[in-house]
Design a protein around this ligand. Structure first.
Ligand SMILES: *Cc1c(COP(=O)(O)O)cnc(C)c1O
Length: 376
């Protein structure tokens, strides 16, 4: 069994994917060819945003978004402590300062109460200008935007949604990549919507921001004259081949994959909820299940369960073994475990089970039965 079986998806979509790749090779428009524009339109429509700009990866989608907000040295960017490094690294790399926020253990997402405490402390310290909140839709579940929006408004901060794991998630009628002022997602192969290499996208409703992003992803060129650069940008474009691969994948995602992965998650939860802490999906929310993550009672138990499952041929992962406040890159900030109790707790107890839209019911049962045996 594979943790995320990308080959099963390829088998299902092979004719369309192969034909798309062949058309790109035939056209030789390898960079920003027609399929990229077509994908941008379809992604914007899916998310209900006015504009989408495809870029080279999710990390640069976040970085370019901050650049388009003119964030830089002296600015504070608030993000979750329990996430992939890029959620904070995108701020550091442009000279801004990430301010890490503890999570809610039930959802693994940024705690709105901890966020407000971090903002107040930053204001009281008086060293940084609070500018942007980057909530992360961890494991596929949208962050608590209704609460985070109130806080953003109260303190005059922008919101940049890190939807790298969140594509397809919902809160009521609102969908991931539509929350906040801007949203960034990733098409890394194992994400809910993945390509066959690196890729990412940025979403905005603002036509000026859209135009600025199109310039920033092409070294800051001016729209009129590509050899006249109006500002310092990056080379961060999505390959046409990746767009051609993503077009049929987006269709499958919308038509049936999101439903299929939710059926798998529901079967896991029904079978496991009496024995372990299963993921919480708050009322009215939908997860796209980038990960299905349970909590065991301790680090020792988690490590033992992972080892026993491995021996039964069931692959699992620990997302994440460290909080960002514990990363060597942030050692100079001298952040303390006692300020991040829920992150620390999560790093000790989490275990992610195999999940993807093509995981068959008998494979799901294999995971469930193996885990129940190991626990008993
Ligand atoms: C994967 C990921 C990113 C970065 O995306 P890449 O395409 O790998 O650069 C950013 N934030 C989160 C939460 C992620 O999971």
């Amino acid at each position: 069994m594979q943790f995320r079986d990308l080959h099963a998806q390829y088998e299902a979509l092979k004719p369309e994917i192969d034909a798309g790749i062949a058309r790109v090779i035939d056209s030789t428009a390898f960079i920003l060819g027609k399929p990229v524009g077509e994908l941008e339109e379809k992604l914007a429509a899916y998310a209900g945003r006015k504009h989408c700009v495809c870029v080279a990866n999710g990390t640069e989608a976040l970085q370019l978004s901050l650049m388009a907000m003119d964030v830089g040295p002296g600015d504070a960017v608030f993000t979750s402590d329990f996430t992939y490094f890029a959620s904070a690294g995108c701020a550091s790399i442009i000279g801004a300062t990430p301010v890490l926020v503890d999570i809610d253990l039930a959802t693994f997402n940024m705690s709105p109460a901890a966020l407000e405490r971090a903002i107040k402390k930053t204001i009281a310290d008086g060293k940084l200008r609070p500018r942007v909140i980057i909530p992360v839709d961890l494991f596929g579940l949208p962050a608590d935007y209704p609460e985070i929006e109130k806080i953003a408004q109260k303190y005059g901060l922008a919101i940049l949604e890190d939807a790298a794991q969140g594509f397809g998630g919902r809160i009521g009628g609102r969908i991931a990549c539509s929350f906040g002022d801007m949203s960034a997602t990733s098409f890394f192969p194992a994400k809910p919507l993945g390509c066959y290499g690196d890729g990412g996208a940025i979403f905005t409703d603002d036509a000026c921001v859209d135009a600025r992003l199109r310039s920033l992803r092409a070294s800051g060129k001016s729209p009129e004259d590509k050899y006249d650069n109006r500002e310092i940008g990056m080379n961060s474009r999505l390959d046409t081949l990746q767009a051609a691969i993503l077009l049929p994948k987006l269709k499958a995602f919308a038509e049936y994959e999101l439903d299929a992965v939710n059926r798998a998650a529901a079967r896991y939860t029904a079978a496991l909820k009496e024995k372990v802490v299963t993921p919480t999906v708050p009322d009215g929310c939908l997860s796209s299940w980038a990960q299905y993550t349970i909590l065991l009672e301790s680090r020792e138990k988690r490590d033992a369960v992972q080892k026993a499952l491995r021996e039964k041929g069931i692959p699992t992962m620990v997302y994440y073994p460290r909080g960002l406040h514990q990363q060597a890159a942030y050692k100079a900030m001298a952040l303390r475990d006692e300020d991040y109790p829920n992150t620390v707790e999560a790093t000790r107890r989490v275990l992610s089970l195999p999940i993807h839209p093509y995981l068959k019911e008998d494979e799901q049962d294999g995971v469930i039965n193996s885990l129940l045996e190991v626990l008993a």
